[in-house]
Design a binder for this molecule. Structure first.
Ligand code: BTN
Length: 285
């Protein structure tokens, strides 16, 4: 049977109709012991992170929720995450008593896992990590990660949310985002399935979360640094005041960013306090 395709306006790429997210189709590719062993697929939700926070008392450790669309997708530092149909929006519940890692180190590991999953399926070696939680392809952000730790009297858990622009139309990115955001389908003609991608993310995530020894952790941080798209580059540091231009010197083992300002002064930046924008017009976080 002939496969239908439509030309995406402006991209010059073929946009193939994609299959719907489906629990059985994801499970068919899963190699995990815990992550995704219970799972839900939603057509539309406010935010998959919020969904887990709302329902957590009824959910199992490792539960994954996937959505076709989010109406109130959340990003870091109070930003929204544009989440129309065509993307893959997923969150995983990690219960606190088994899960001592803080949100920053979880974000670092998740970024490595997603980078690995995306490289495996798209075969695009240029997929890299922008400190601290973004995945880039070329000069476009194709994925964001949001880890939220919830500690209360009767609860202690972490929600790890991952949003991937897979077939997201470029027209969805407005108000400056068009400069900085992109979708994987703009970079490859390989027609991978979002179900397979969801499983691959969970597979690679479980792999990196299972590393507990010092040597393994060090290797993960080396991988994070080696995959960085900002080390050695000029960025704008976005904190409370005016953006400050700086050169990125490196990332240490606590995932702090070392920068040098034009006057020669150096600084150590923590992800909770600042974000960065690549100098040269790309990206806003
Ligand atoms: C960022 O870019 O600052 C992080 C974006 C994280 C988006 C994902 S999509 C799935 C999960 N649900 C949300 O509301 N946010 C995360």
């Amino acid at each position: 049977m002939e496969e239908k395709s439509t030309e995406r306006a402006g991209s010059g790429k073929r946009f193939y109709p994609h299959e719907m997210l489906d629990t059985a189709a994801v499970t068919a590719h899963l190699e995990t012991a815990l992550l995704g062993s219970t799972m839900a697929v939603l057509r539309r939700v406010d935010s998959t992170n919020t969904y887990i926070k709302r329902c957590f008392s009824a959910l199992d450790d490792g539960f994954a929720v996937l959505a076709e669309q989010q109406t109130l997708g959340k990003g870091r530092r109070g930003k929204t995450f544009v989440s129309p149909e065509g993307g893959l929006y997923m969150s995983v519940l990690l219960l606190g008593h088994d899960f001592p890692m803080d949100a920053v180190m979880l974000t670092v590991r998740a970024a490595i896992a997603v980078k690995n999953a995306l490289r495996n399926l798209t075969q695009l070696p240029e997929i890299g990590i922008k400190w601290v939680n973004d995945i880039y392809c070329g000069n476009k952000k194709v994925c964001g990660i949001l880890a939220e730790r919830v500690i209360g009297k009767s609860c202690d858990f972490t929600v790890l949310g991952i949003g991937i622009n897979v077939f997201t139309p470029q027209s969805a990115f407005r108000n400056g985002l068009e400069e900085t955001a992109g979708a994987l389908c703009d970079f490859t003609d390989i027609r991978f399935s979002r179900n397979e991608l969801a499983a691959e993310v969970l597979n690679r995530l479980e792999e990196v979360l299972s590393v507990t020894d010092e040597a393994g952790t060090k290797l993960l941080l080396d991988d994070y640094r080696a995959s960085s798209v900002i080390i050695g580059k000029d960025v704008y540091v976005l904190g409370q005041g005016e953006p400050l231009r700086a050169k990125v010197l490196g990332i240490d083992d606590s995932a702090a960013l070392y920068v040098q300002y034009p006057d020669g002064k150096t600084d150590i930046l923590r992800s909770g306090d600042v974000s960065t924008r690549l100098a040269g017009g790309e990206e806003t976080e």
